[in-house]
Design a protein around this ligand. Structure first.
Ligand SMILES: Nc1ncnc2c1ncn2[C@@H]1O[C@H](COP(=O)(O)OP(=O)(O)O)[C@@H](O)[C@H]1O
Ligand SMILES: [Mg+2]
Length: 306
């Protein structure tokens, strides 16, 4: 980093996007600084819409986004030069190999000199650990390799802002971990925004995070802050088979484990009457559940008697 260089910052200001009557993004304000940022939310929360606005592919209905104090809508070419994007639905040309594919993307990004393209292809393919596979057809790649190639194309031009939309979908646990580690590595010198509906995707790597639900920003902060949302609301109890249905109707059950003929239940919300429940320490997942299910949990409160 150059001495005295300003820290990178993405500022989202009162951003709204409507599709007809649907409020996909509802008056969101959020500041994101260098490093990994996790954007968490259930399907339909507005994550992809928000990301498409940040990439300038979509125009907001109201509000603005500033990257290092420049309005992105008014400075599209400048922004796009600093941007890498891996969309949620990303098609690769399966008949090509990784070399041919990244060469093609270099052409699209306007890198006209063959020498410059070659330097760039080698740099990005090495970065995502696909250099040895460069001559292999994409067709034969695993899910994790395809996703890494998706990242490689996004890294062409060395962007300062890297946006990846639900990149872990369909990856097996091992590929997931490798992929998250790669993103963490890449976040050393840029802003990386990772969207997901899976809490464990952000657990190991994102210290800054936000939660979206139905277009609204319902949380922004760090992992401890999100975990705290479930403090005093997580309970563990032992029930037998018959009691499980009644519990299901009255509590938000987060896990069920069989132990010595009983079922050990972890649930969220108020302590169920008639249950010998003990309070337990919340996890990040509990915090997320407590936050996103808050309305549902209030509803069940009234009838929470076994
Ligand atoms: N092009 C579109 N036209 C109309 N509605 C859309 C369009 N894209 C998304 N939506 C709606 O906007 C909301 C947010 O969608 P999206 O941004 O894809 O959420 P997420 O990525 O969190 O799943 C959803 O209700 C979705 O159905
Ligand atoms: Mg999406």
């Amino acid at each position: 980093m150059i001495m005295g260089e300003m820290d990178m910052e993405l500022a989202i200001k009162s951003l709204t996007k409507k599709y007809g009557n649907i409020m996909a993004v509802d008056n969101i304000s959020l500041t994101i600084s260098q490093g990994m940022f996790g954007l968490l939310g259930p399907n339909g929360a507005g994550k992809s819409t928000l990301m498409q606005i940040i990439t300038t592919l979509l125009k907001p209905t109201a509000g603005q986004v500033l990257f290092n104090n420049l309005d992105i809508q008014e400075n599209k070419p400048t922004l796009r030069k600093q941007l890498g994007y891996l969309p949620q639905e990303f098609g690769l040309y399966k008949k090509l190999n990784a070399w041919e594919f990244t060469d093609f993307i270099c052409h699209l990004k306007g890198i006209n000199s063959k020498k410059a393209r070659h330097i760039e292809i080698e740099r990005v393919l090495r970065q995502v650990n696909l250099w040895v596979n460069r001559k292999q057809r994409i067709h034969g790649y695993s899910g994790g390799m395809k996703r890494r190639l998706g990242i490689a194309q996004a890294l062409i031009g060395n962007p300062k802002l890297l946006i990846v939309d639900e990149p872990t979908a369909g990856l097996d646990p091992e590929e997931r971990i490798r992929f998250r580690n790669l993103l963490t590595q890449l976040s050393g010198e840029r802003i990386v925004i990772l969207s997901t509906h899976i809490v464990s995707d952000i657990e190991s790597c994102c210290n800054q995070l936000a939660v979206l639900k139905q277009g609204k920003l319902i949380f922004t902060g760090d992992q401890q802050g999100l975990t705290k949302k479930a403090e005093g609301k997580v309970w563990k109890t032992r029930v037998n088979e018959q009691d499980l249905n009644t519990m299901n109707a009255n509590a938000k059950i987060v896990s069920t484990k069989r132990e010595q003929g009983y079922l050990v239940i972890r649930y969220l919300g108020h302590r169920l009457l008639g249950q010998e429940s003990i309070q337990v320490k919340p996890t990040l997942e509990d915090g997320y559940m407590a936050l996103t299910q808050a309305a549902a949990m209030e509803d069940s409160h009234e009838t929470a008697v076994l």
